[in-house]
Design a binder for this molecule. Structure first.
Ligand code: MSP
Length: 541
């Protein structure tokens, strides 16, 4: 019999805390309208990196991606291809999954909005809104943008064109249901102001307030009668539910919300982060939180809005012949180089430029010169001076060692800070400045000089130890984004790839390690001129 209940032991407690650490990250669900280019692949790459990082940190993670399969655009596309909409979306969903496989995207749920459980839940949500009086029936007259499937008022148009995509709009009138957005406007504003982490980066919040909330939120038309391919309103089936109401709710229906098994919903909602592109910020920052408020559900902790990849001559488009697809880059330069470029080149503050020159330069400088050469030089020195056996930690031999160890700690802190601030390109910059610092350490310590003098043997051991320890740390830091490279580095260093984020704490603990006899370059220098041309050719195809 227990007399005193002392609570969980420290180890039990630790395990309990880890179990509490859930992380739910989402990408937008894609329109299945053709091949995904590198711009569209960006957000999935980012979600995958965050998931892998959190997993290494001991979180129980769930990543959602998928396809947004309803709407007039899809109906039209299917017609163009002589297919039924369902046949068309089936083919497209398979193509999306194939790309994510090539990119080794570690998603947990692939949402398809044509799945029955989703359709049923959306219908129920609609009926609930009707019952609550959040949705009412009326008549809609407005300027309709077919590609965006959105109505606009006269004042919202920019030079008479769609404010979102700049294309032609047409005047249309139809019986429709509306969602009473106005009712929630003050609550939304209050939420923005009391939850500083809700919208990242901050300037997107200002945009929403100034462009949409302050001028007065319009009620949103949430049904269509002009086409068929969508989820029907249960109580009035000639109406199809607006594709954005259908799509946004995927973030909760994917977890089983309103289904027989909502255990995932209970465990993972609210999402830790929705990652969305700037063109769909309004839907996620205004309509989605309002729908959730109307459902009486907690809001996602953060919605991060990213910028776009653009080309020298503007937006990527097939007609301009400037589109580049991830599988083309992966085939020629490998997965990790492609993913590195995507995350490294898109800043949080503005659009990122894709240019063949920049791609080749990043490959040659960052990956080949800085990273690959550091590994190679180190492995060859361990072999040359110590027969491949890594010396044990010797403490600090001089100020340079001290400075390097400080850089090692700073690299981890800087990386984590940048990630926590949603500065993903900078998080890689932090790793690469550490790589440069380590390269500089070789020049500062000149191991080839130390090797000449028996008296400096201890210094040489310390130098080589630090280089190996730094490389191990680098392999762990890049792991969430570049797992194959990380595996390769650890293998060449003679170490296990069974590492977690906590392994970073073992900087001084490397023992009994033997590197491979001859280093293998992880990235080989490219012939810049040839490769720039090769990428330009890919764009023309
Ligand atoms: N179906 C909607 C999302 C619904 S989410 C509930 C949609 N799909 S999309 O296929 O058009 O876009 C998917 C994502 O790709 C969006 O986040 C969009 O911003 C992003 N990108 C499209 N072109 C892009 C670039 N050139 N660069 C970076 N991201 C880009 O919107």
């Amino acid at each position: 019999m227990k007399i005193f209940d002392l609570g969980p032991s420290p180890t039990e407690k630790k395990e309990e805390n880890i179990m509490d650490k859930n992380y739910y990250v989402t990408t937008p669900i894609y329109y299945p309208s053709g091949k995904f280019h590198i711009g569209t692949a960006y957000v999935t790459t980012l979600a995958d990196m965050l998931k892998r990082l959190k997993k290494m940190q001991g979180y129980d993670c769930l990543m959602l991606t998928g396809v947004d399969e309803h709407g007039q655009k899809i109906e039209d596309k299917a017609k163009d291809e002589n297919m039924s909409p369902q046949e068309y979306v089936d083919v497209q969903a398979d193509a999306a999954k194939k790309l994510w496989k090539t990119m080794k995207i570690d998603y947990d749920i692939f949402m398809r909005t044509t799945d029955e459980y989703h359709c049923k839940a959306v219908q129920e949500i609609f009926e609930r809104f009707l019952k609550q009086g959040d949705i009412y029936k009326g008549e809609y007259e407005g300027w309709y943008c077919k590609p965006c499937e959105s109505y606009f008022t006269e004042t919202q148009l920019v030079d008479g064109k769609c404010p979102d995509c700049g294309r032609e709009v047409t005047k249309m009138k139809e019986e429709a249901y509306f969602f009473n957005m106005k009712k929630y406007a003050d609550r939304l504003l209050e939420y923005y102001n009391t939850h500083p982490d809700f919208i990242k980066p901050e300037y997107r919040k200002t945009e929403m307030i100034n462009n949409f909330i302050k001028p007065g939120l319009e009620d949103l038309c949430v049904t269509r009668t002009s086409f068929d391919w969508g989820i029907k309103v249960k109580s009035d089936p000639k109406h199809v539910i607006y594709v954005w109401l259908d799509a946004l709710t995927n973030y909760i229906t994917a977890l089983g919300y309103l289904s027989d098994d909502d255990s995932k919903f209970k465990k993972y909602w609210p999402a830790d982060v929705h990652l969305v592109g700037k063109d769909i910020a309004r839907f996620h920052l205004i309509y989605w939180p309002i729908f959730l408020m109307a459902l009486d559900l907690p809001l996602p902790k953060t919605i991060f809005v990213h910028n776009w990849f653009v080309m020298k001559d503007g937006k990527m488009s097939k007609s301009k012949g400037n589109v580049i697809y991830p599988d083309q880059l992966i085939e020629r330069y490998g997965l990790d180089a492609t993913k590195y470029f995507l995350i490294r080149e898109l800043p949080t503050s503005q659009d990122g430029l894709f240019s063949p020159e920049e791609f080749v330069e990043r490959y040659n400088f960052d990956l080949c010169n800085d990273l690959s050469n550091l590994l190679n030089r180190t492995i060859s020195m361990v072999n040359k001076y110590f027969d491949g056996k890594v010396p044990e930690y010797k403490g600090l031999q001089n100020e340079v060692d001290e400075d390097l160890e400080k850089a090692s700690k700073d690299a981890i802190t800087n990386f984590e800070n940048e990630i926590n601030n949603f500065e993903f390109a900078n998080s890689l910059k932090a790793i690469w400045s550490y790589i440069s610092r380590t390269n500089k350490y070789i020049d500062e310590t000149s191991p080839w000089v130390l090797a000449k003098d028996e008296e400096s043997k201890e210094k040489l051991k310390s130098c080589i130890y630090h280089l190996v320890a730094n490389l191990r740390e680098i392999a762990i830091l890049i792991r969430p984004l570049m797992e194959d490279t990380s595996d390769n580095m650890l293998r060449q260093l003679g170490m296990s790839n069974n590492v977690t984020w906590d392994s970073l704490k073992e900087y001084k603990d490397i023992k009994n390690t033997k590197v491979i006899e001859k280093g293998e370059p992880i990235f080989m220098r490219l012939n810049a001129e040839e490769e720039v041309e090769a990428i330009k050719d890919m764009m023309k195809k």
